[in-house]
Structure formats: C-alpha cells, structure tokens
Design a protein around this ligand. Structure first.
Ligand code: MOS
Length: 711
C-alpha cells in the first residue's frame, strides 16, 4: 500500500498552460487508436441504408424478396416490419421532439435521401450491393426546395434562443440617422464533413443495448436511444472512445437507430456506417441564410439603429433554426435594436448544429455590414467597432463577464500592421493581383453545463479520471489530463483520463464550445476532493479510492451575466480580376477566450476555425437541384473545402482573459475561430477590388461579374 500526500507536490509548477502533444497522439498516428467502424466484434453483421430517390411522396412498395435472395443477405428492415419507436421526448437543450432519426416508422418521404430501408448482410460489400439493388416504388408528390427571401411561408421560430428581440423604434432612429445602410447578405447550405464518417455498432444482451459509436456525447446519445427504444437509461451503454471530427453532426442519427433495430431482429451485432455521400443527407447541415441588416449611425458612427433579420430553412420533419441574428444581441448596442430569426419549411433534410451555429453566418452579415457602414461614415472599420463596443448586453442589459474585444483589435492591428493601411479600395497591386486587407469581430458564448466525473487514486501512485467527455479532435482528453494533474498536484504522466463512455455518468456533450469547460469543472472538483482525502493520509486499497463530483448545483448558482469569448480577425487577400481568383495571403486571429489550457491544441482549434472561415468565404456551397430536390456533387469532389494550397500564413494567438467565475478560468474555444473569419476575408476582397460581396462563397464567377475598380 502506498500513501500519497499532497505535501510532496505542493511546489509543482502548473501543467495547465503548458504546451502538450495529445496524450493519445502516438496511438492515433500509429493506427493503434481504433475508431467506431473498425472495432472488431464476433459474429458481426453489416447494415447498409437505402435512401429515397424522390424528394417527397410515399413509399408504395419495396421489392424486398429479390434482395433477400442475394448472397449473404440476412434481413431487410423498412416501415412495414421495423420496431415502433417512441419519439415523444424533447431533443437536445430541452427543445421540441426531433424525429429526424426515427427511421422506418411510416411510408412518408419528406426529402430526397431519407432512409427507406436497411439491408443487413454478412459483409459490408454484400449489404451495399443488395441495398443498391433494392427497388423501391414511390408515389411522388410535388416538392419545394427553393430557398428565397421572398417566401411567403416563413415564420419566426424560437430555438436555442427566442426568435425576436426588440427595443425602441427602428424606423424612427433610421429616419434620424446621418448614415444609413440597408443590405441583404446570403450564405449557402454548408456541410460539416468530419473526416471520420458516422459509424455505429449495436448489440443487445438480455434487454440491454450496447452501442459502439462515433459521437459528441456518449451519455447524450445513450439517453436518446433509451427514449427511442423505451428503455431505462441504465440499460443502454454507449461508447465512443476516439472521434474523427463532429462539428455538431454527431448526435443521434439514423445509423445508430437502424443498427439497434437490426441487432434486435438478428440477435447479433450489427454495424451501420454512413458513406461520405450519405452524410450529405443523413448527418445534418447548416441551412442557407438570407439576412437583411439595417444600420443607422450618427455623424460620429455611433449606432442609432440596428436591425438584423435572418431567414433559414428547415425540413418538414423538424423545426431547427439557424439563429444568425443572435450575434447582434451580443456585439453592438443601438438606441433602437431589433433581431429576428425566421425559418421556412422545405422538402429538405433536417439542418442541425454546425460549428458556431448562428454566429458563423450571422457574423458574415453583421461584420460585413459594419465594414460597409465604416466606409459610409469615413471611419476606420476598427475605430467604428471601438466606438460601438457594448458596455452591457444590448438586449439583456446584463454586465459582460469579460469583454476584451477592443484589446483583441488593438493587439491584432499592431501585429497585422493595420496602421499602414490605405483605406481607399483598389489601390494596391502586385502584378496582376489586387491586394486588400479586412477585419471583423468575433464572439461566441461561454457556457458551462452540469457534468459528473470520478477521480480514483490507485495504490501504485497513478490516478484515473473518468468522465463521459468526447474528444472529437479538439484535444479535450489532453486538456482534462492537465486540469486533473494540477488539481491532484501531480505530474500529468501519473493521470489517465478515460472518456467516451456513458457508463461514466451524465456529462456535457462536446458542443457549444462548452465541453472542456464543463468537464474541467467536474474533473477539478473530483480531483481536489480526492487530493484532500489523500492528504489525510489514507491507505489506498487495491480497488483504489474514488471520489465523485457533480457540478449541477455549482453551475446553477452562477450569476446571470453576458458570458462570451471575443476575438478580432484580420485577412489579407489577393484578387485576380482577370480570372476571378481570390487567394488569402495571410490571416491573423487574436482571441480573448478564457484561460488557455493547452496552447498547442488551442492554437489548432483557432486555426481550424479560421481555416473553415476561409473555406466558407471562398469555397463551400451545397447546391440543390430543383428538379430532383437532391444535392449536386454531394461528395468532396463536388463540394469544395479549403485545402492546404488555399491556406496561407495563418496565425492565431490570444490575450489573457481568465473567466473569474470558472474554477479553471476557461471560457471555451471550439467555435469562435470561424466567427467573423469569412467577413474579414470578404471585407478584404472589397478593399482589394472596391466590389462588395454580400453572397458567399466569393467564387470566381462572382468576382468576375462584380468587376474591377477603374485603375
Ligand atoms: Mo458544435 S455545432 O456545438 O458541435
């Protein structure tokens, strides 16, 4: 038996704040880390989803007999034989029920690419062959997938936030303003495309459901599956040890549900993996947006009126709203202030959370509009933002728990060389390239949600921390190791953090940029309490000493405040007005985003978001074919994302901004990197060319159509 006391480690330097490679990095780069689709199971069967080829209608018949006679085929599940599911429970964040993943419950087809059957076979190849041979007969109905600002069917919708906020009289303030801007901005449908496709294996054991999955929250997915299959939550275990990206797309989806259904029919493990193409209809997406912004300012650039109205689409299955107007509720105040999120239901797949939902498209519109207003006011765009830096929440009236936006701009401007900028557009050239620079503000909510964790001291001096966290590539596992090590007062090498298992108890998902903050809180409390127990000189038995924490009460006691991370984005672009090509030459993001746990992986998070901002500004656009109602080129050949050659000198850094109300000082960094990034690029394109791009992506055809300045 070993006794570990705190005194021996009292002078240890903190691990939090030191750069660490991922604790599972060697496993990942050597291939030893197994992902959900490659974990071996005895007697495994493979399911393949068959998706609808019409955009609306009903299934009149399925020719399953022919498919059942094919080699290796074990079963075909469809709406006629599938288990009935319970869908009457609120979805994530306590919102309305989401039946998007409730497959095979009826004969209705709500969009092209809706799952109509699961074919199960001995091998994945046999399942695919059979699923692709399955003839499904439909009674098609007319469908509508066109998304336009003119739609008469749009309506205001509450989501994670209320649909509407209103203060003062917009029309009165606009009429009294010295400078007025009224502009419409659009962003296209965009897709997450995590590198690892969605994959799940389900197995039943005496009424208990076990699922090995790739998701953003094992307890969350387990809870939803328990609800769907009307099980006691304790009868469902979901594991998700390594996750190759999620970005909001990896919750409960058709594949886990279909796998669990098939496993119950066959009495053996069944795996369902999505193909890249299937992910374009089964994994959710970011809705396209149309956003109208009206700004009124006095002669000094102070906002008198701010109106931000956003429209997004949703499916006929589920009301999801992309809350793009929400960003204005945080960023800028005005005497009259109005924001509204509306949706229109179309015959399209259900959209969902996608990295910085709302803020990503919303900041493109709002931060482009601020840039336009700065030009109209004859003010530097940073100066305009500083003059309108909100002191309290523009809508809530609450104080900010830290708002170092101005400091981000000052530090960013210094490092980017903003002071030398000639404000006139179209004045800098490098051969055939027109050069320009642009900037934009960024913000993202900083929240924490209740979580539970355990910390165990072992007799050999090692520690194990267990929490149902998800490391979706962020480095969360490593960050939690550092937090635990400091709380225990030991070297990180002595701490093993185990995550991705619903058996570890309730915990926040990897989402809303709240994961690492929420989990760290629980881990720190459990680890500190364990350290205190050990300091009393306890003998450690073979099974160890375990302490459990639950942050529900502590987080519930947090005072109301506007809690956000902030940032300033800078971009320099070169535009060839002969070919329409836009190249980002350099980019800098400076963030005030709470205490940074691991500078190495934190920088990755920021750079990943900023890279996605470049991608959003210049490349990404899912185009829907009006006739078929499906996407054109739904794969990574047709859907362009930024790749290495598109990403230039790009740097992210941060300033001190510990959250005073968080035990570790964390705010959250997962999403803010993309916020404002596309606007900074678009504003730089304006500065280079004099042409304002209000529609994303800024593709060569749009650059060519917009023309060049007279030079
Ligand atoms: Mo993120 S869109 O909260 O996974």
């Amino acid at each position: 038996m070993t006794t570990v006391t705190a005194t021996e480690t009292a002078t240890r330097a903190p691990s939090v704040g030191t750069a660490r490679t991922r604790v599972e990095g060697v496993e990942k780069v050597t291939g030893a880390a197994r992902y959900a689709g490659e974990i071996p199971f005895t007697d495994l069967a493979h399911g393949w989803l068959a998706l609808s080829t019409v955009a609306r209608g009903r299934i009149s018949a399925l020719d399953t007999d022919a498919v059942l006679a094919m080699p290796g085929v074990l079963a075909v599940l469809d709406h006629r034989n599938a288990l009935r599911l319970n869908t009457d429970f609120p979805s994530l964040l306590g919102m309305r029920p989401d039946p998007t993943c409730a497959v095979f419950q009826h004969d209705q087809v709500p969009h092209r690419g809706w799952p109509v059957a699961l074919v199960v076979a001995e091998t994945s190849e046999q399942a695919r062959e059979a699923a692709e041979s399955l003839v499904v007969h439909y009674e098609p109905e007319p469908h509508t997938t066109d998304f336009t600002a003119e739609t008469p069917d749009a309506y205001a919708l509450d989501g994670v936030m209320p649909a509407l906020t209103e203060k003062g009289d917009i029309e009165v303030e606009l009429a009294a303003s010295a400078v007025v801007l009224d502009a419409e901005y659009t962003t296209p449908e965009e897709h997450h495309n995590p590198m690892e496709p969605h994959a799940a294996t389900a197995v039943w054991d005496e009424g208990r459901l076990e699922v090995v999955d790739s998701n953003q929250g094992a307890t969350w997915v387990g809870g939803d599956l328990a609800n769907l299959f009307s099980l006691d939550p304790a009868a469902v275990r979901v594991r998700s040890e390594h996750v190759g990206g999620g970005f909001g797309s990896k919750g409960v989806r058709a594949h886990q549900v279909a796998a669990a259904m098939a496993a119950s029919v066959l009495g053996r493990p069944v795996r369902v993996v999505m193909t890249r193409r299937q992910m374009f209809t089964l994994a959710g997406h970011r809705s396209p947006t149309v956003q109208r912004i009206r700004l009124g300012a006095d002669a000094e650039g102070r906002l008198r009126a701010l109106e931000h109205r956003a429209l997004s689409h949703t499916s006929t299955v589920y009301e999801f709203v992309e809350p793009s107007a929400g960003v204005a509720r945080v960023m800028y105040d005005a005497d009259a202030h109005r924001t509204e999120n509306r949706v229109v239901r179309l015959d399209v797949p259900s959209p969902t959370f996608m990295r910085a939902p709302g803020e990503a498209p919303g900041s493109f519109a709002l931060e482009s509009a601020l840039d336009e207003l700065a030009v109209a006011c004859g003010l530097d765009p940073i100066e305009l933002r500083l003059r309108n830096d909100a002191e309290r929440g523009p809508v809530s009236g609450l104080p900010f728990a830290g708002r170092r936006l101005a400091d981000c701009f000052r530090e960013g401007a210094r490092r980017f060389g903003w002071a030398d900028r000639d404000p006139r557009p179209g004045t800098r050239r490098d051969g055939r390239w027109l050069l320009g620079t642009g900037t934009a503000a960024a913000s993202f909510q900083a929240g924490a949600a209740p979580s539970t964790a355990t910390a165990t001291a072992h007799p050999d001096g090692a520690f194990t921390v267990r929490i149902a966290a998800a490391d979706i590539g962020t480095g969360a596992r490593t960050a939690l190791t550092l937090v635990a090590a400091d709380a225990l007062g030991v070297a990180p090498e002595r701490v093993r953090v185990r995550i991705g298992d619903s058996a570890f108890g309730p915990a926040m998902i990897a989402g809303g940029s709240m994961g690492t903050r929420s989990w760290s809180w629980a881990v720190k409390i459990a680890a500190e309490e364990l350290r205190e127990r050990l300091a009393l000189g306890a003998d450690i038995p073979a099974e160890g000493i375990t302490v459990r924490s639950d942050t529900t009460a502590a987080i519930g006691a947090l005072a109301a405040a506007e809690r956000h991370s902030f940032g300033a984005q800078f971009a320099e672009v070169a535009v060839d007005v002969g070919t329409g090509e836009v190249r980002v030459r350099r980019m800098l993001g400076i963030f005030a985003a709470g205490r940074i746990i691991n500078p190495l992986t934190a920088r990755n998070q920021f750079l990943g978001g900023m890279t996605w901002g470049i991608s959003m500004a210049l490349h990404e656009e899912a185009l829907r074919d009006r006739a078929s109602g499906g996407l054109i080129g739904a794969d990574l050949a047709g859907y362009h994302v930024a790749t290495h050659a598109d990403v230039p000198r790009i740097e992210a850094d941060w300033i001190e901004d510990p959250d005073p109300d968080d035990p570790v000082g964390i705010k959250g960094i997962g999403e803010i990197g993309i916020v404002g990034a596309a606007a900074a690029v678009a504003n730089a394109v304006w500065h280079a060319t004099g042409a304002r791009h209000r529609d994303l992506p800024i593709s060569p055809d749009r650059v060519l159509t917009a023309g060049a300045p007279d030079a």
